[in-house]
Design a protein around this ligand. Structure first.
Ligand code: TRP
Length: 348
């Protein structure tokens, strides 16, 4: 294969609904930055949601629409980068089925993300107060579904269907990319060279990639400490004003320690020009926390304003149009890959 094409990125997120600043800084911002350099395919993993939550399907579509709205708001250009739902391209299911024959159960049971997901699943069951036996009474194998075990196999199909050269992922997803590479190798060995082994691109762990929420813990939906890209300016202000700061800086003129202050982390990220001066004035006691937070709110809202304006332009109908267009383009690639798969296997 001597195609000369721009390297292709396949990135994906499960449909989780509106995105918060932590998602933006940890992933989405990188997607936007990589747009010029690569050809980008952005996948909504809506079937993957079923692995941990097969009953609650009502939220999947609304969550998809909210999430894609945030992708668009953040500046992903739908003309350049197709955005599409896994569930709308049935080739994912076919390739997943074929791949499921190319990996052992034992290998999938060793996948470290499985244990974590099992823990989440147990928590979720408990929270719903279903009549769930106590931990320990049901084995892991008795709790997870067949599809859940195959989570990384479906992800391998997502990636290889588009022949993604690069997969931007957080550290936690590396085991899935490794499984993808193993499946690609085995497929090629059995049937002939169809797939390239994709390279993981680990999203740099900067001091911001685990952005603290207003309470100082890592921002996360389940902790309820989020600032959403779609929050109003007033809501954002309330969140910033409630942020934890240096507990030793009680009065305005007390000297503060910016290195342990979350508001200062936000200044470094969203207000980098003023950050050095703010650092000095906090330490000297010239700057009080209230003024500092007001400034932080203004800067963060200014940073988010273009995104929020763009977001407002996309109602459900327009988001669905973006998806339909992305799905047409993704499907063309997917059917071509499946043609090669059928040819190599002489099946299908
Ligand atoms: N498992 C990924 C996550 O939870 C989501 C995902 C599904 C994905 N398919 C993908 C990521 C393909 C990258 C490529 O974050």
């Amino acid at each position: 294969m001597t195609e000369t094409r721009r390297k292709r990125i396949l990135s994906g997120m499960r449909s989780t609904g509106r995105l918060h600043l932590g998602n933006f800084v940890g992933a989405l911002e990188n997607w936007v930055k990589m747009q010029g350099e690569y050809e980008n395919f952005h996948l909504v993993a809506d079937w993957h949601v079923l692995t941990t939550d097969a009953e609650s399907v009502r939220e999947i579509l609304p969550n998809t629409l909210e999430m894609v709205r945030d992708w668009l708001a953040a500046g992903i250009d739908p003309a350049a980068s197709p955005m599409f739902r896994q569930s709308q391209i049935k080739e994912h299911a076919e390739l997943h089925l074929i791949f499921s024959m190319l990996i052992t159960q034992a290998r999938l049971e060793r996948n470290p993300t499985l244990k974590e997901q099992i823990r989440d699943l147990r928590d979720k069951l408990k929270a719903r107060e279903l009549d769930e036996p106590q931990e320990g009474e049901v084995s892991d194998a008795g709790l997870i579904t067949y599809g859940h075990l195959g989570y990384p196999v479906l992800q391998a199909a997502d990636i290889l269907l588009y022949k993604g050269d690069v997969v931007p992922v957080g550290e936690d997803q590396l085991p899935h990319v490794e499984i993808t590479r193993e499946i690609a190798r085995r497929f090629n060995r059995y049937y002939g060279d169809v797939f390239l082994e994709p390279e993981p691109h680990v999203l740099a762990e900067t001091k911001f990639s685990r952005l603290p929420g207003p309470d100082g813990r890592r921002m996360s939906k389940s902790l309820g400490n989020t600032i959403y890209l779609s929050d109003s300016e007033e809501e954002t202000g309330r969140r910033i004003m409630s942020m934890f700061t240096d507990p030793q800086k009680v009065r305005k003129h007390d000297p503060g320690r910016p290195e342990i202050c979350n508001v200062f982390t936000y200044h470094e990220k969203f207000n980098p020009e003023e950050a050095p001066q703010i650092e000095k004035d906090c330490r000297s006691g010239a700057l009080g926390c209230v003024a500092c937070k007001k400034n932080c709110t203004a800067k963060l809202n200014a940073y988010l304003r273009p995104m929020r304006e763009r977001r407002a332009q996309y109602d459900d109908r327009r988001v669905l149009e973006v998806l339909a267009d992305g799905e047409t383009r993704a499907r063309a690639v997917a059917t071509e890959t499946m043609r090669e798969v059928h040819e190599a296997m002489r099946v299908g």
